[in-house]
Design a protein around this ligand. Structure first.
Ligand SMILES: Cc1ncc(COP(=O)(O)O)c(C=O)c1O
Length: 400
């Protein structure tokens, strides 16, 4: 059997170095537990950045995947299949939107939303050709395509990748006055992560989402919620927008929609809005394929039937309380909602993540000093209780 170092060396030799992974080589995983090459067990508190809300290899989702793979996996949208309509019905029913447009990754879904907003800007709002503006937030993360990084202000994502698609205007996240000031007659939409995940688990002030929805309505601007990371129960509600009873004009989802086994993303909107895409105007070879559709159906069923949003609210509260009760000077702030938690530290979060790994917990830094904890939503109270003491030991090892 090869050692972890041998696998890491081989990956380093033959792969691009566009990531800085933790030095853990997984061979299997079930639920919240990951097993490495040496047989060690680790509690997954990353969940592949919220793609594993249902846990690793959920039996029902794996069954849907394997059964569908053996029956009909890919049709492209050149002709119909018997699974996609059921998936679309389930997804629209779950989200409360009239129509869904399935894609694969989050970045593609974001791009799709940008195209939809621009079309609406020209064809409905009457913005002159090529003048449409979309307002986005500082520290936003919407993916890694060139348009998605144009929507970010983070230099690490953007450096030497320009020129960028034009038409994006940046404002501070959570600042309604800044948004109001940025709106012009050319503004077609505002794209928002209700809680910024990659940006450091930044939660907007109470009332912000409602104010955004109201302002966008008044100003004839489409409100687009990117709930790729915050959706499907992660924050203790169906969607983070639900915390303020707000429905965006366009909803962008991904990650957990694929049940942790397959990339599935989608854009949701009204029939009137989505009709701006006519045949030939947008698409993807793999978007809405039968395998994705079968997985998406099972992923949604698990979220609903296992009450994952409710569980995230309970377990999140336990975890935040447990960490706050540590009362450690190296912990500046604990923030987030449900099981999307950011811990602002006085020391580099990467070194704490490495020390936590030695304690059997997988967590990752996001930005210099923020440690993100986002375990699968199926985590039990007993498993949650393992995290605060392990964090205390890791902080002490890392010098905190
Ligand atoms: C809010 C948000 N939008 C978009 C994306 C991009 O998704 P993907 O990596 O599937 O392209 C992410 C990924 O982390 C995300 O958190």
């Amino acid at each position: 059997m090869k050692t972890a170092e041998a696998y890491i060396d081989a990956e380093h030799t033959f792969g691009a170095h566009n990531y800085h992974p933790l030095p853990l080589v997984a061979v299997s995983a079930q639920g919240v537990w990951v097993t490495d090459v040496a047989g060690g067990q680790y509690l997954d508190c990353i969940s592949s950045y919220s793609a594993l809300n249902q846990g690793h290899s959920h039996p029902r989702i794996v069954r849907a995947l394997t059964e569908q793979a053996g029956r009909l996996a890919l049709t492209s949208r050149a002709f119909h299949n018997d699974v996609l309509p059921r998936f679309l019905e389930k997804l629209t029913d779950y989200t409360g939107f009239e129509v869904a447009l399935p894609m694969n990754t989050g970045a593609e879904a974001t791009e799709t939303a940008v195209k939809l907003v621009r079309r609406w800007g020209y064809r409905v709002k009457g913005i002159p050709a090529d003048k449409a503006e979309i307002i986005v937030c500082h520290r936003a993360f919407h993916g890694r395509t060139t348009a998605a990084i144009a929507m970010s202000s983070d230099e690490e994502y953007r450096r030497d990748f320009g020129p960028f698609p034009a038409g994006f205007v940046h404002v501070a996240h959570g600042d309604i006055a800044a948004l109001a000031a940025a709106i012009t007659p050319y503004t077609a939409g505002f794209v928002l992560e209700p809680i910024q995940g990659e940006g450091g688990v930044n939660v907007a002030p109470e009332g912000y989402l409602r104010a955004v929805a109201e302002l966008c309505r008044q100003q004839n601007v489409l409100f687009v919620a990117d709930e790729i990371q915050t959706g499907f129960g992660r924050t203790g509600a169906r969607f983070a927008c639900d915390h303020e009873d707000v429905q965006a004009d366009v909803l962008v989802v991904g990650k957990a929609l694929g049940g942790g086994v397959y990339p599935v993303s989608a854009v949701l909107a009204s029939r009137a809005l989505m009709s701006l895409f006519e045949p030939g105007s947008h698409g993807s070879t793999f978007g809405g394929n039968p395998l994705a559709a079968a997985v998406g159906i099972a992923a949604l069923e698990v979220i609903v039937e296992e009450k994952l949003a409710e569980k995230a609210a309970l377990r999140g509260h336990e975890l935040v309380t447990g960490i706050r009760n540590l009362n450690l000077p190296s912990i500046r702030e604990v923030r987030g909602r449900g099981l999307l938690i950011g811990i602002e530290l006085t020391l580099p979060a990467r070194s704490v993540a490495e020390a936590l790994l030695a304690e059997g917990i997988i967590a990752k830094d996001t930005h210099e000093t923020v440690l993100r904890l986002a375990p699968p939503l199926i985590i039990t109270a007993e498993e949650i209780a393992l995290i605060p003491p392990a964090l205390a030991r890791a902080l002490s090892h890392a010098g905190g």
